[in-house]
Design a protein around this ligand. Structure first.
Ligand code: 6XA
Ligand code: ZN
Length: 344
């Protein structure tokens, strides 16, 4: 297993996020990626390399230029508002919901931040753009390796990506690394690609990006959005639209679901992916399905993750793994590497 590691991930280090009316310390912390790297190296799972600088080209295949311009310049704008802002992260506080306009780009920074986001749990920091950009390059590099003939590659980066849409951030995500990898696989010649999202949370950004496309099949096994974040997408009746009708599969499961039932859903997702004719697979690899995860509600145990990796290997597709969520930091390295070792 080749790992493409984002050496700049710690440049994104949020301080506080809004949670139930309070600002609380961020769950999405730099040690997450450090611990996974350490465990990969301890178990000698394979080569670890740095990404190539991919430029904005492959990122603009997924994200709008005006959104990328906003992200790239947001920190300077934030600090220009008030030099004291250098000590605090930027969080949005106003959003254009139904009946508001999204075609007008307000001059006001907070208004623009709201236009390009959907929650107050995702702080933008001094190093967010640098970390997210390098992370997207990891995804592109991993996809290039797989397009070039490698059986699999792992993009190990943070912040995660699957909640980010073409022009919005949220759920700790800024650039949709899995979508960028899937598009890079398409652009390198794969006619059909599948994205399988096994994070606890529905990958609303990835779904939205590919919802009307027939060339990228999206399947997700996740906590039922009636009760679980991101709440407003991820229901079973979302099956795709237009040319993409039938190319979206959501398998929501109730809080408390254990491995046996979860694994049946995974089998169904893999069956549908096989039927889709996908020639390559991107796995949005979230480990917040773990029983000890502090913000999630499934009951997978550490040894189950070997079986997950084995099931993914049986699918027999060239595979790019993209790191997403998982907040039980003491077990995160073990659980992540168990999947990769099970696959290998
Ligand atoms: C709300 C919880 C965000 C979920 C982040 C995540 N602040 N997504 O793990 O996969
Ligand atoms: Zn998650």
């Amino acid at each position: 297993m080749i790992t493409v590691y984002n050496h700049h991930h710690a440049l994104h280090q949020g301080k506080l996020e809004m949670f139930r009316g309070q600002l609380v310390p961020c769950f999405e912390v730099p040690t997450r990626a450090d611990d996974v790297l350490q465990e990969l190296q301890r178990r000698q799972l394979g080569e670890v390399l740095a990404p190539q600088d991919c430029g904005r080209g492959p990122i603009e295949r997924i994200h709008s230029p005006r959104y990328l311009d906003f992200l790239a310049g947001a920190w300077s704008e934030w600090v220009a508002l008030d030099p004291a802002n250098a000590e605090r992260d930027a969080l949005p506080s106003v959003w254009p919901v139904r009946s508001f306009r999204s075609d007008v780009l307000p001059a006001n920074f907070s208004a623009r931040m709201g236009l390009f986001s959907y929650d107050a749990g995702t702080p933008l920091t001094s190093g967010t753009w640098a970390a997210a950009y390098a992370g997207a390059c990891c995804a592109v590099t991993a996809a290039q390796r797989v397009s070039g003939g490698a059986r699999s590659a792992f993009s190990l980066s943070r912040p995660p990506g699957h909640h980010a849409g073409a022009d919005f951030f949220g759920g700790y995500c800024f650039l949709n690394n899995a979508a960028i990898a899937a598009q890079a696989l398409r652009d390198a010649g794969a006619e059909r690609v599948a994205v399988l999202d096994i994070d606890y949370h529905h990958g609303n950004g990835t779904q939205a990006i590919f919802y009307e496309r027939a060339d990228v099949f999206f399947a997700s096994v996740h906590g039922d959005p009636h009760t679980e974040y991101p709440f407003y997408l991820g229901y079973a009746d979302e099956t795709g639209q237009g040319a993409g009708l039938g190319c979206n599969l959501n398998l929501p499961l109730p809080r408390g679901t254990g491995f046996a039932r979860w694994r049946e859903a995974l089998a169904l997702a893999l069956q549908r992916i096989a039927q889709s004719g996908a020639q390559a697979l991107v796995v949005s690899l979230g480990l917040d399905t773990f029983e000890g995860d502090p913000i999630s509600g499934f009951q997978l145990r550490s040894e189950d993750y070997f079986r997950v990796g084995e099931d993914l290997a049986v699918a027999g597709l060239p595979t790019v793994f993209v790191f997403e969520g998982g907040y039980a930091v003491d077990a995160l390295g073990t659980n992540t590497v168990n999947v990769l070792e099970g696959y290998a």
